[in-house]
Design a protein around this ligand. Structure first.
Ligand code: SF4
Length: 625
């Protein structure tokens, strides 16, 4: 989606072409009013004259007249059912059934003309619901829930169907991947039930932010649905120039090309095992708690040091532990790993108290400190392994090939935890099937998800880890995460800085990625959460620069959610569940929010970041570094 002013024809054409050249197959351009809608004709003509036939989409909020103009010009219009007709005032209205039905009739009268124009001109339409901008009417009846999102889109879809207009695409975006995934799944179910067919779906995580955060959140939301076989078009929304969104889209899509020849994931033979969890609402798989793993503990992070040549104090820095020789103390970051796997090595110095070691079973048998070191037992050696009943141990299981006897022994040992990987090319689904089987069989041992990537670039690996681990975590599976990079060459590109990621070696990349995935799935919060819009023609300040400035000042506020939104028209609605909001309200003017409440209006932008810090302090959300 372009971020230029739509009235600036040359800039919008140039940016559209950059996106197309980068691989975009559709380009969306904002049309906030009649003028921009009319200017789409000039933009389209120039793009076509330059030899590009990529379909264009007009992005509409609040302005039916702009939609009606644009739908005669471009190939597709996107309307937001939350604000196409309704104005958002954050009012709660207790509708009677009659009053609610009257509102739906009013929507039909206002929306039908657009449907008829689209039908006449052969223009497609996306009914694009956003979690953050549901109408007051939907919010009053359903709350800001996935069901509310679905109903919002269904109201508009029913009107389109009644006009026999079917060139419809739907979307259910949210900045929270969990809400987004549940909403899409529910929508598919609802369309299937009510229409007996499903319209194509456009997938995206909205206000995903920038850098690693934005990529991971997008990959988790979009990838989880693609793993389910849901989704027809995608957009990755980053607070970066739009052409940088396209390679991320490609990395996500490429994960699903050439997938068809993976080994069959067997259906359950036992008819008693139906899906033993609800894919429309989150519930973590119930597990036994063993030390800090499982039950109510946050998912643990395992760092893999089995290939490290040297295990010294310094080698633990990338996974969050810095040793101070003068004080003989360790300093931990909020993203410090919980376990380190060392293969057949052991450390020759005292480790920090919070770091525990997993080593191979053979090695572990000779380790003196069995309260710090725990064995990793391969499933083929498990039957013969000799263990005390109260000994925490890890069993490595291939979800694609579980050996006989493993389940019985796990049931017998109350302190067994599984490290689950798979040799199936469709890894997420293979591991999910195994976990569903555990759930259905009422086996409660904790499970650490071991996700291995052979991808050629660090960006591809980031997407791979996010889709596979993220998708499982969103379904409530996983008491820990262990990421493995099997491509040794990648370390060189990290060291030489040939990546945009803020990491310098493999261990740091994997550790940070694990914590980012846990944060994005909201299963373990270790840092500040940012919800920043991708910007568009409405944006009133430099979003990328401002986001970087706010991030630099507030990155240490673990758990605080800060929204950075480009305009007052959509920003307050779209910032969903942010604790604080920084919203452009006019040229050089920022309005600051606490939740949905305006706290400081029209603050000059030069002092707005300081004012935001002041607001955080007044509300006890600030800590000194
Ligand atoms: S919130 Fe951001 S992306 Fe959304 S309309 Fe406003 S400026 Fe554009």
């Amino acid at each position: 989606m372009t971020t230029t002013d739509t009235m600036d024809t040359a800039a919008t054409v140039a940016q559209s072409i950059r996106c197309i050249e980068a691989g975009a197959e559709l380009v969306r351009i904002t049309a906030p009013s009649k003028n921009e809608a009319e200017n789409l004709l000039h933009i389209k003509n120039q793009i076509r004259a330059a030899g590009y036939d990529t379909p264009l989409i007009a992005d509409i909020h609040f302005t039916p007249n702009a939609a009606e103009i644009a739908s005669r010009i471009v190939e597709k219009v996107r309307v937001n059912p939350g604000n196409y007709i309704d104005k958002k005032k954050f009012d709660f209205i207790d509708y009677t059934d009659e009053a609610y039905a009257a509102e739906v009739i009013r929507i039909r009268e206002r929306f039908t003309p657009l449907v008829r124009i689209c039908k006449e001109y052969g223009t497609a339409m996306r009914i694009g619901t956003n979690h953050g901008s549901l109408s007051d009417r939907i919010m009053s009846r359903y709350g800001d829930t996935p069901i509310g999102m679905v109903e919002s889109a269904m109201e508009f879809s029913r009107i389109a169907r009644d006009e026999s207009y079917h060139q419809v695409v739907l979307s259910m975006k949210s900045s929270n991947p969990l809400v987004m995934v549940q909403a899409y799944r529910l929508l598919v179910q609802k369309m299937d039930e009510e229409f007996g067919e499903c319209y194509p779906l456009h997938l995206g995580v909205t206000e995903a932010g920038d850098g690693t955060d934005g990529r991971i959140k997008s990959a988790i939301g979009i990838g989880t649905l693609l793993e389910d076989g849901i989704g027809d078009t995608i957009r990755v929304s980053l607070t970066e120039d739009p052409e940088f969104e396209i390679p991320v889209c490609k990395d996500i899509v490429n994960r699903y090309s050439g997938r068809s020849n993976h080994r069959l994931i067997a259906e359950f033979q036992d008819s008693k095992i139906t899906l033993p969890y609800n894919p429309f609402s989150y519930k973590r798989r119930e597990t036994a708690g063993i030390q800090n793993i499982g039950a109510h503990s946050v998912p643990v992070v395992v760092a893999d040091y089995s290939k490290e040549n040297k295990l010294d104090y310094k080698s633990l820095e990338p996974i969050g532990y810095t040793y101070n020789e003068a004080t003989d103390k360790w300093r931990l970051t909020d993203a410090a790993a919980d376990f380190v796997y060392t293969g057949n090595n052991i450390f020759d110095f005292a480790l920090p108290g919070t770091l525990q070691v997993i080593c191979d079973y053979d090695t572990w048998q000779h380790v003196a400190d069995k309260t710090k070191y725990y064995p990793l037992i391969q499933q083929r050696e498990y039957a013969a392994a000799i263990l005390a009943l109260d000994q925490l141990h890890f069993v490595a299981v291939d979800a694609n090939n579980v050996m006989d006897g493993v389940a019985d022994k796990i049931k017998f040992y109350p302190r067994a935890a599984l490290i689950v990987h798979t040799t199936n090319g469709h890894a997420m689904a293979s591991i999910r099937r195994f976990l569903v089987q555990l759930l259905g069989s009422n086996i409660k041992c904790p499970v650490i998800l071991q996700i291995e990537s052979h991808e050629h670039t660090i960006d591809e690996q980031l997407i791979h880890f996010s889709t596979d681990a993220g998708g499982l975590l969103l379904d409530g599976f996983g008491d820990g995460i262990w990421l493995v990079n099997s491509n040794n060459d990648l370390d060189n590109s990290l060291v030489s800085g040939r990546t945009h990621l803020e990491v310098t070696n493999n261990a740091q990349f994997l550790n940070n990625t694990a914590f980012y995935i846990l944060q994005a799935t909201r299963t373990r919060i270790s840092k500040t959460e940012y919800i920043s819009c991708p910007s568009c023609g409405r944006t009133l300040f430099d979003l990328q620069e401002t986001t970087a400035k706010i991030r630099a000042a507030t990155h240490h506020l673990k758990g605080v959610k800060i929204a950075i939104m480009g305009c007052i028209v959509n920003g307050p609605g779209e910032m969903a569940d942010a604790d604080f909001g920084y919203v452009g309200s006019g040229p050089g003017k920022i309005t600051l929010y606490k939740g949905k409440e305006v706290m400081k209006r029209n603050v000059p932008s030069e002092i707005a970041v300081d004012e935001l810090i002041g607001l955080l302090k007044e509300n006890e959300a600030w800590v000194e570094v």
